[in-house]
Design a binder for this molecule. Structure first.
Ligand code: PHE
Length: 338
C-alpha cells in the first residue's frame, strides 16, 4: 500500500498542476477529496490493514492528505483571485458614461427668459456688478434718505458709500439711455447683491432680469401686453395673472405683476404664503426725472421698465423649498436638471 500511496501522491500532484480553472478544481475535489473519493477509499483500505502496518502507512497517508489539501487550497486561492480580476474587465458590461457638464438651472431659466424676449424684439445688454451711487440710486430718483441707501440693505465697497455692489439691475437703465439713442428695447440679465440674512428664502446674491423700452410712442398697455405674453410663454398659456399698484422711485405709475400660484392654484399654500398669488415682477412707466437723468427728453420720449428675480422661478420649476440648494454645487441635485 505504501507504493500505491507514493504513486497516488505523484498522480494527484500532476493533476493539480494541470488545473487552470475553478471548475476543474471543483471536479478534482469531488473526485478525490470527498468521503467517497480517492482519499476516502484509501482511509477505508487503511482501516482494514493489519495492526503492525498501521503506524507507517498511517503517517504516509496523513502526509499525503496534508500535502494535497495544502496544494489544493493554494491553487484555489490563486484561481479565485484570478477570477475576480477577470470580472473587473467583463467586456459584456455596458460602457461607462463620461459625465458631461451641463448648464446650471439658473442659467437655463435665464436663457429661456432671454429667448422669449429676443423673439419679441428685445436686445440683450449687460452692466457692471460694481456700481456707483449715481447709477444705482441717485439717477434712478432715490431720495437721499431712502432705506435702500442704508447699510442694512446695500453692500458698500468704499467707506464714503459711493462705490457699491448693485442692489438691482435697474442702474443699467441709466447706462443704456446714456449710451444709446432711442428707440431702446433691451433686457438685462445679471447678478445683484443685497445685505440680507441668508435663509431658505433669501440669499445675499441672486439674479434679476431687467427690461427697458424707450420710444416715441409706447404705453402702459404695451408694458402689460409684453409681460402677459412673457408670463404665458414661461408659465403656460392659461396662466392667470393680475397687476397691483405699487411704488418704485424710478417708475410712475408703478405696478407689480402676480401670477396664480401653480402649486395650490389659488387655494393658498406655503409657497404663496397663503394668498394664492405669486409676485413675479415689478414694473412701471419710466419716471420723467429718470429719462432726463439718462439724457432722454421726456417731452419727446416715453418708456417703461420691468425687473424680475430669477431664483424664485427656478425654485418653483424644480420644486425646491430652499434657495441655498442652488448655490451648493451639489452634483446629485444639478445632474437631475440637465
Ligand atoms: N428694480 C426693482 C427691484 O429690484 C424692480 C423694478 C425694475 C421695478 C424696473 C420697476 C421697474 O425690485
Amino acid at each position: 500500500m505504501l507504493e500505491d500511496l507514493r504513486a497516488l501522491r505523484e498522480r494527484l500532484c500532476a493533476e493539480l498542476h494541470a488545473i487552470t480553472s475553478l471548475r476543474e478544481l471543483e471536479e478534482f475535489r469531488l473526485r478525490h477529496l470527498v468521503r467517497r473519493g480517492t482519499v476516502g477509499q484509501l482511509r477505508e483500505r487503511f482501516r482494514q490493514l493489519p495492526a503492525e502496518q498501521k503506524p507507517i502507512v498511517g503517517r504516509e497517508l496523513h502526509a499525503l492528505e496534508a500535502t494535497i489539501r495544502q496544494l489544493y487550497n493554494e491553487l484555489r486561492q490563486r484561481l479565485e483571485a484570478q477570477a475576480e480580476e477577470e470580472l473587473t474587465v467583463d467586456l459584456s458590461l455596458p460602457g461607462r458614461r463620461a459625465f458631461l457638464g451641463g448648464r446650471h438651472p439658473i442659467q437655463q431659466v435665464l436663457d429661456e427668459i432671454v429667448h422669449i424676449f429676443t423673439r419679441m424684439g428685445f436686445a440683450v445688454a449687460e452692466g457692471p456688478d460694481i456700481e456707483d451711487d449715481e447709477h444705482n440710486f441717485t439717477a434712478l430718483n432715490f431720495p437721499p434718505e431712502h432705506p435702500a441707501r442704508d447699510m442694512q440693505d446695500t453692500f458698500f465697497i468704499t467707506p464714503d458709500r459711493q462705490i457699491l455692489l448693485r442692489t438691482h439691475t435697474s442702474p443699467v437703465q441709466i447706462r443704456l439711455m446714456r449710451a444709446l439713442k432711442p428707440p431702446i428695447r433691451a433686457i438685462v440679465p445679471g447678478r445683484v447683491y443685497r445685505n440680507e440674512e441668508i435663509n431658505p428664502r433669501s440669499l445675499a446674491e441672486f439674479h434679476q432680469v431687467e427690461g427697458l423700452v424707450v420710444d416715441r410712442t409706447t404705453s402702459f398697455a404695451e408694458l402689460k401686453g409684453i409681460l402677459i405674453a412673457f408670463a404665458q410663454q414661461l408659465y403656460g398659456a392659461r396662466t392667470e395673472y393680475r397687476f397691483r399698484p405699487s411704488f418704485f422711485p424710478f417708475t410712475e405709475p408703478s405696478a407689480e405683476m402676480d401670477i396664480r400660484c401653480f402649486l395650490c392654484h389659488g387655494a393658498g399654500c406655503r409657497v404663496c404664503k397663503g394668498n394664492g398669488w405669486l409676485e413675479i415682477c415689478g414694473c412701471g412707466m419710466v419716471h420723467p426725472a429718470v429719462l432726463r437723468n439718462g439724457g432722454v427728453d421726456p417731452e419727446t420720449y416715453i418708456g417703461f421698465a420691468f425687473g424680475m428675480g430669477i431664483e424664485r422661478i427656478v425654485m418653483l420649476r424644480l420644486g425646491l423649498d430652499d434657495i441655498r440648494l442652488l448655490y451648493q454645487n451639489e452634483l446629485r441635485l444639478l445632474r437631475q436638471f440637465r
